[in-house]
Design a protein around this ligand. Structure first.
Ligand code: NAG
Ligand code: NAG
Ligand code: NAG
Ligand code: NAG
Length: 371
């Protein structure tokens, strides 16, 4: 009650004082009367309408949830912003590691760029326990060409631990040429499937397969382009294939939500609310380093850009309104540079490790565990 009285008094003051202030501003008496009347009427309307509007705290919450949502989107846009420090290893560590490979001569450190905006997103490299927690009970599918295979290796290295004896057999089995691979990490009930799918049409076939079997992985990472470029060398055909893939993925998405609703949450962390789909981009190709004449000729910079343009035009990615979130191999490999690859196409493990961390941080944001 007191509140109302005070409010009334304040309103009266405004109605009286504002026009008086304006009088000092050399307004005519008629104008002053007009202002005072207008103020009185608007305040009266406000006072009478207030009960019909949500209370102020509700209003503030709804505004702040919009802000949070915005923040989340902008952090997803910034998550690929990684900078590298590539420096020659010192002589003693080189000797110790018996570096026979040019790649091993350089130390690569990476972190999210040091900008004010990125700090607010609080990205961090997830440790083995954190990653295990996040992926507990989930079904992860990685599919595509050798880039995807290296990504799968990096993810398993994180979840199993690089020193783990199991990693030796993982490495041997995963790199059997042109084959699929499947592993169940029992400790956390995570299943990882790698499907060898060198062309976009293979990815589309896989989506069709999921659709007919009415299953959908919780997390899916896919990416293709290099094989297409080498063997078909036609960017407009590539774009067409990507459009078909997009249509297929979009038709699979409602199924994933439906499945998630009917399924109990297994993991300690709810990434299962729906599928999380990623596109592993093409790395930068360093033409002079490519290891065959055919590759150097067909996989030119101009062709690379035509393929990149095709990806943009296909509207497959979230940033162009599509369903897939980009793991930006282009920016990772470009920023790491020529010391990070031995054949101009396959890069150092650090690149794929960074891509895995980008994915995990995106999962954290998407599953509403962090801003
Ligand atoms: C380093 O590797 C070479 C050949 O790969 C081998 O002959 C040499 O014994 C190795 N040195 C050490 C210190 O491991
Ligand atoms: C995974 O989730 C299960 C069931 O919620 C839980 O019992 C187990 O401890 C979790 N494991 C890890 C590594 O978080
Ligand atoms: C991928 O698609 C190509 C072209 O249709 C086909 O020849 C090949 O067998 C497929 N590969 C796999 C692994 O499905
Ligand atoms: C790419 O393929 C399309 C049709 O599939 C064809 O019309 C076009 O000429 C091809 N482009 C090149 C550069 O071969």
């Amino acid at each position: 009650m007191l509140g109302t009285v005070q409010l009334g008094a304040a309103a009266a003051c405004v109605v009286v004082l504002v026009p008086m202030g304006m009088a000092g501003w050399h307004l005519s008496r008629n104008k002053m009367l007009f202002f005072s009347g207008a103020l009185f009427i608007s305040l009266a309307i406000c006072v009478h309408l207030t009960p019909y509007f949500p209370s102020v705290p509700d209003f503030v919450t709804s505004i702040s949830s919009v802000v949070v949502f915005d923040h989340r989107t902008s952090c997803i846009n910034l998550v690929n912003d990684i900078s590298w420090q590539v420096s020659p290893k010192n002589a003693s560590s080189r000797l110790h590691n018996n570096a026979t490979h040019d790649l091993d001569l350089y130390e690569k450190r990476w972190d999210w760029s040091d900008s004010h905006k990125l700090k607010a997103c609080d990205f961090q490299k997830l440790s083995k326990p954190d990653a295990s927690d996040l992926l507990n009970g989930s079904w992860v599918v990685v599919t595509g060409d050798s880039q995807a295979r290296l990504f799968a290796l990096s993810l398993l290295t994180l979840v199993l631990g690089s020193e783990s004896q199991r990693m030796d057999s993982v490495r041997a089995d995963l790199f059997r040429r042109h084959s699929d691979y499947s592993i169940l990490v029992d400790e956390i009930g995570m299943k990882l499937d790698f499907f060898w799918a060198p062309y976009v049409v293979n990815l589309t076939d896989l989506m069709t397969d999921f659709e007919t079997r009415k299953t959908c992985p919780d997390v899916m990472v896919m990416g293709d382009g290099l094989w297409d470029m080498l063997h078909f060398n036609n960017a407009s055909d590539y774009e067409f294939a990507l459009r078909m893939l997009k249509t297929k993925v979009v038709s699979l998405l409602p199924l994933s939500t439906e499945l998630a609703i009917n399924e109990p949450v297994v993991g300690s962390v709810p990434i299962k609310s729906s599928s999380h789909l990623f596109w592993l981009g093409m790395p930068v190709l360093i033409n002079g380093m490519l290891n065959t004449e055919e590759k150097r000729e067909k996989m030119s910079d101009a062709m690379w850009h035509a393929y990149d343009q095709a990806l943009g035009d296909s509207k497959l990615l979230r940033q162009t309104g599509g369903p897939l979130l980009l793991l930006d191999s282009q920016s990772l490999t470009w920023n790491c540079g020529p010391h990070c690859t031995s054949d101009g196409m396959h890069y150092d493990g650090a690149i794929y490790e960074a891509a895995v961390q980008i994915m995990l941080n995106t999962l954290l944001i998407e599953s509403h565990q962090r801003l």
